[in-house]
Design a protein around this ligand. Structure first.
Ligand SMILES: [Zn+2]
Length: 306
């Protein structure tokens, strides 16, 4: 028995080394970017949401579960190419469906962690749109197949303010970001690897949607906090991964926007006039221009206090 067990153990070791060797040569697809040893970004096409894959000696940690269930299954395929280990933990950068609908693909066994309020936000959306999953399944055969076995999976654990998690040899610092995008946004920082998953309050080369509870001062505070972590790689919730330049671009964009809105307010213009007149041609190349009116509204609120 002892000999057999030893042989099995050696066999397992050889298999895992062979696996590591093949993973190096493996094509993970054009949308997977290696950021550090065992740390990858799974980048959504056309500003679809991004996800993160972090390998540890005790299993896999994911950041978000992909833009939709088709993407979630693709994400799972990438994980399987990288390691035979299970997904232990899934950290939500936000509760919106384009980051969370695919949770059922990974959980169980994954334990899902999110900022306080994430579960309530997800449950409210399920109530508001009870036909959501059926409609999604009707969109294509691929989506219908990907949705097989769908269950609504809200977070198992919610943290307040800040949290530190350890899985295997890795540390994850979670920062709740107030008022930047959803009811429960989390930036996830790996301090040793200096990789930051910065959530969707600040996106790359894209105009963001600023909901009524989102404020520009909160976004700028989040940018400052995240820059202060001194990350080498920044993976926003949407858009290409980059560096702290993403935060600097955002700071410049809002500074210019607020300056123009403030000038118009001083000239006595109404919000409607400002919406018609204030333009940002310098950022014409950014995606999602249809969201610009929400940016004007937030700048107007900041300038006037109304
Ligand atoms: Zn969102």
């Amino acid at each position: 028995m002892t000999v057999k067990a030893t042989t099995a153990a050696v066999g397992a070791l050889v298999v895992s080394l062979a696996f590591a060797g093949s993973a190096l040569a493996q094509d993970l697809g054009p949308n997977v970017k290696k950021l550090a040893d065992g740390v990858y970004a799974f980048v959504g096409e056309n500003f679809n949401s991004n996800a993160g894959i972090v390998l540890t000696q005790d299993g896999v940690v994911l950041i978000d579960s992909g833009h939709n269930p088709v993407e979630s299954h693709k994400l799972m395929e990438v994980v399987k190419k990288l390691t035979p280990m299970p997904v232990r933990l899934l950290i939500d950068s936000e509760p919106h469906p384009d980051h969370t609908t695919g949770h059922f693909v990974f959980s169980p066994p994954a334990v899902i962690v999110a900022a306080a309020g994430a579960g309530d936000s997800m449950r409210a959306r399920e109530r508001e749109a009870p036909q959501r999953i059926q409609q999604m399944a009707a969109s294509s055969q691929a989506m219908k197949t990907a949705l097989e076995g769908y269950r609504f999976v809200p977070p198992h654990v919610e943290y307040l303010g800040r949290a530190s998690l350890s899985v295997g040899e890795r540390n994850f610092e979670l920062y709740y970001l107030k008022g930047v995008h959803s009811e429960a946004d989390t930036a996830i920082f790996l301090p040793k690897e200096r990789v930051l998953f910065s959530a969707s309050g600040i996106v790359n080369n894209q105009i963001n949607i600023l909901r009524p509870f989102v404020t520009i001062p909160d976004i700028l505070a989040a940018a400052k906090l995240m820059k202060g972590l001194n990350p080498e790689h920044v993976v926003p919730g949407h858009g290409q991964p980059g560096t702290v330049k993403i935060f600097e671009d955002t700071e410049k964009y809002y500074a210019l926007l607020v300056e123009r809105v403030e000038k118009a307010v001083k000239e006595g213009k109404s919000l409607d006039d400002i919406k018609k007149e204030v333009k940002m041609p310098e950022y014409a190349s950014w995606a999602s221009q249809d969201r610009f009116p929400t940016n004007i509204e937030a700048a107007y609120k900041m300038v006037t206090g109304k």
